[in-house]
Design a protein around this ligand. Sequence first.
Ligand code: ADP
Length: 500
Amino acid sequence: MEKFVLALDQGTTSSRAIFFDKAGGIHGTAQLEFKQYYPHDGWVEHDPMEILRSQKLAITAAMEAGEISPAMIDSIGITNQRETTVVWDRSTGKPVYNAIVWQCRRTADICERLIANGLSDYVTEHTGLLIDAYFSATKIKWILDNVEGAREKADRGELLFGTIDTWLIWWLTGGAVHATDYSNASRTMLYDIDKLCWDEKIMKVLGIPMSMMPEAKPSSADFGRVAPGIPGLESLAGIPIRGVAGDQQAALFGQGCFSKGQAKNTYGTGCFLMMNTGETSTRSRNGLVATIAWGYDGKVEYALEGSVFNGGSVIKWLRDGLGLIKSAPEVNILAESVKDSGGVLLVPAFTGLGAPYWDMYARGTMVGITRGTTAAHIARAVLDSIAYQVTDLIGAMEDDVGFRLSELRVDGGASVSNILMQTQADMLGANINRPVVVETTALGAAYLAGLYTGFWKDIEDIEDNRKVERVFTPEIGEPERKRRYAEWQRAVERSRSWAN
Ligand code: ADP
């Protein structure tokens, strides 16, 4: 009987389940969206029980779609939206508050106080991160401070914390396993990424008791088995959970970036760039964060990470804000109708600029407009702007690691744009490598699980699975690249400190 690994991809807007075969091919997939709660300006929450329900329904729907019986499932791998925080009662399994989502800014003032109290260097040194409301630490503190009776319960050891991976594992194992993996732990701002333990000093400053914390394990490890009698999943009892990683790290693994210096970029709503930096962690001089890529095969590997706030969302702005296109794919047709942007440059600093500029007062700017400028030139400038921002991040990363990138592996919704990928290759002076299977996040989680069970033998076994769909090679020389990049930097200068 053919067997499959089941990947659970618990994302920010939907829960998905995908079955992978030995060749890394997809058999049966299902996706269920769930509700986003915005109780106040800048606040974002999910209902943890709804996440659980949607994830369970996605599993049964994917089994149906792929005609897969429980006996055909080798193991389960989990990948998840990172940093999102759940606190629940260990005896009832009931959350004491909604999940506070990574995007939620409600703890910005707590972060400002930590920075004012001089904690920045300590946090970066130990966790690899910059103090920010994205990460789980201040979200846990907020729940303990604001939910009636929560702190007393936590102090009595009655509450548990988990990111979404931990929450799913706990429920799937019937409360038997309270665990996370190194990659998810490294996004909490509470985990010492070099010593591999929860950092007592930061926990103490935030008043978070150690008894709440899950056990952090390698990403390819024993996370227990599905318990008997889980409502809706009764037939899956006994199936082992053997792989766990945060979404970006899982994508890095799914892209086969197993060696130091290999990198991937995901072109989604935002862009997420990650580079494998090998078995020692690096600290960035350029505003990137250091994180654990994964624990696998007795080793821990690290990564540098940077993100662009507005990536594919700029294409959506062209559609919904300007009305110049009716659907995202149309941007390519429009942009291809001109040979270049005709000197127009767009800096989509809609919400400020991230690494390497870190200017929250920057705002969107379009320069170089003449009487000859058309919608096509603006469409071209939109795609250019995504490539230029990623070029900025890669430049920062190359400066941190001290070598030039030879290839960038790509995925995400906007990576299907040939014109964007060509521009990226031109601006990097390096090859852009796009795989056939772009479901790299789910694939990475499946690989981590299947490597533990022996479904896949070793890294070489899965490297053979990665099929290249297309490689884009640079078509312009160094002088032209330098000229265009200098022009971009001039445009960025115009966008800075605007909202001040
Ligand atoms: P996320 O996971 O962040 O929701 P996706 O990876 O699904 O994002 O990518 C969605 C983005 O891809 C959208 O912002 C959209 O603008 C862009 N996109 C979708 N199809 C195309 C296309 N054919 N060409 C260029 N961009 C596209």
